[in-house]
Design a protein around this ligand. Structure first.
Ligand code: SF4
Length: 477
């Protein structure tokens, strides 16, 4: 759903010398041994864990501003072991876990999307069919292992491993190439866990606010519609809205239906084009009607993306095209509100509400983002040679060089401008990737998921299969 590069501010990867001087080797382990308790612990004495715990204790005692401590402030060799017993981290050391904690921004609970937007940086296509070797979603067991693992690790550390004073990642999403409305998981007993529950668990584990993004749902999809009604009511309440960073509706010319209409128009098939365009605008008017409580509470934001009006080769996808699309959608929304006023009065009890609601929604639309990174898929509808396309190709080449030449992982994470260059995403099978939204690199990091050996859909954008970020590099910090 995220479609353009985001700049995050440079974190400082400083080890603080005084902590490294702590002499914890003199501590008598015999005196300090404790048995791990609780379901996530291991029921035995672990010298490695106890050493790490003592190091952490001394670090804390000698650090005046504990509330500002970040994971890269530690000597992670000495802290290694604090994760012992947390099964999801089996096989990973603290440098590798810290690397996830400091970069993670997306967790792909579902893989695949029914919207097929032509600008989708994640390349969202229909979910692959699941079988013994393939999955298109994270298992509920793996989701629980993940959230419990991070929650308990943070508890042991005494601060969130994601903490970064420079706001590396101010938010997190539970999707990479899926629509928020499809984010729900089913446990082994057949119970459905929806976005509200998932988001709260993620928040508790990672201490990062979630974003809900949707491009809407088909008018026949009653289950998605029921979830949407629930979310609209829930997140229109300030106490619940506070738990999210944003609730976004993506309305843009790149949706599969409108993309198809633009192409048909170009081929001279105007009637068919109009028919498909109508399906899209009616669908979005229906989505907006469902989200009325969010419009009313001011909690609904729009993801409005389009090519700039002066960009070449982008006819049908420019800002002015998007504005026309919005006009049609709002006209249909107005009619729906009128119908509601005359009929059931679900939302409209008084005619003046209609004007206010439309004005409220339009207010959020004053900004259209035209800073599009050209993604794998968008590159196919824009002509090669267009400035947008060539710029993206240059960035990808620079990315590859950066990875090839990196001596330390911080050289990878930071761009030349001092901003965070790459962020991470976790696939449904526990495999971890770095991306800057122009290109993606696999890493050797894999969480200990029950589905870690299962295959998922191909990763976009532009997965550089030949340039794997090795554990050696991640451990170089
Ligand atoms: S709605 Fe689906 S296809 Fe469209 S941008 Fe979002 S994830 Fe990609």
């Amino acid at each position: 759903m995220l479609i353009s590069p985001i700049k995050f501010i440079n974190p400082e990867y400083k080890h603080i010398a005084c902590y490294n001087k702590i002499r914890y080797s003199n501590i008598s382990l015999a005196e300090n041994c404790t048995v791990f308790k609780g379901k996530a612990g291991i029921n035995q004495y672990s010298v490695k864990y106890l050493r790490a715990k003592e190091y952490l204790k001394l670090f804390k005692a000698s650090h005046k501003d504990w509330n500002k401590v970040e994971i890269y402030n530690f000597d992670l060799n000495k802290l290694d072991g604090i994760q012992e017993g947390l099964k999801v981290f089996n096989g990973l050391n603290m440098k590798e876990i810290a690397f996830i904690g400091q970069t993670i921004i997306e967790i792909a609970l579902k893989r695949g999307c029914y919207n097929n937007c032509s600008h989708c940086y994640g390349g969202g296509s229909l979910p692959i069919i699941e079988d013994n070797n393939h999955i298109n979603k994270m298992s509920w067991n793996d989701f629980n292992a993940l959230t419990e693992g991070f929650r308990l690790l943070n508890k042991r550390l005494g601060f969130p491993i994601t903490r970064n004073s420079k706001n590396v990642s101010p938010y997190m999403t539970s999707f990479h190439d899926a629509d928020g409305i499809d984010i729900y998981l089913v446990d082994n007993n057949g119970k459905e866990h929806d976005f509200i529950e998932i988001s709260e668990k993620l928040n508790e584990a990672f201490k990062l606010k979630n974003i809900f993004d949707t491009a809407g749902w088909g008018m026949q999809d009653s289950r998605a519609a029921a979830r949407a009604v629930k979310y609209a009511l829930y997140y229109s309440k300030p106490e619940n809205a506070r738990k999210l960073l944003q609730f976004n509706l993506s309305v843009n010319p790149y949706h599969m239906l409108n993309t198809r209409a633009v192409h048909l128009d170009k081929q001279g098939e105007h009637e068919r084009a109009q028919k498909i365009r109508n399906i899209y605008t009616s669908r979005m008017a229906n989505v907006l009607f469902t989200f009325t409580p969010l419009i009313e509470s001011g909690k609904l934001n729009f993801l409005a993306r389009a090519a700039s009006d002066d960009s070449l080769g982008t006819k049908g996808f420019r800002e002015k095209d998007l504005r026309k699309l919005y006009d049609e959608i709002f006209n249909k929304l107005k009619l729906k509100y009128m119908e509601d006023y005359i009929g059931e009065q679900i939302f409209i009890k008084d005619k003046t509400q209609i004007r206010d609601l439309i004005a409220q929604a339009k207010l959020k639309l004053s900004y259209v983002n035209t800073l599009l990174g050209v993604t794998e898929r968008l590159g196919k509808i824009y002509k090669p040679g267009e400035t947008l396309v060539t710029t993206a190709e240059t960035i990808r080449q620079e990315d590859r060089n950066k990875i090839k030449q990196a001596k330390c992982i911080k050289d990878v994470l930071l761009g030349n401008d001092g901003y965070i260059k790459f962020t991470g995403f976790l696939d449904s099978n526990g495999h971890y990737y770095l991306t800057d939204f122009f290109t993606t690199f696999p890493t050797e990091i894999v969480l200990n998921f029950e589905n870690k050996n299962k295959i998922t859909a191909p990763i976009a954008p532009y997965l550089q299969k030949d340039l794997i970020i090795k554990k050696r590099l991640i451990n170089s910090i």
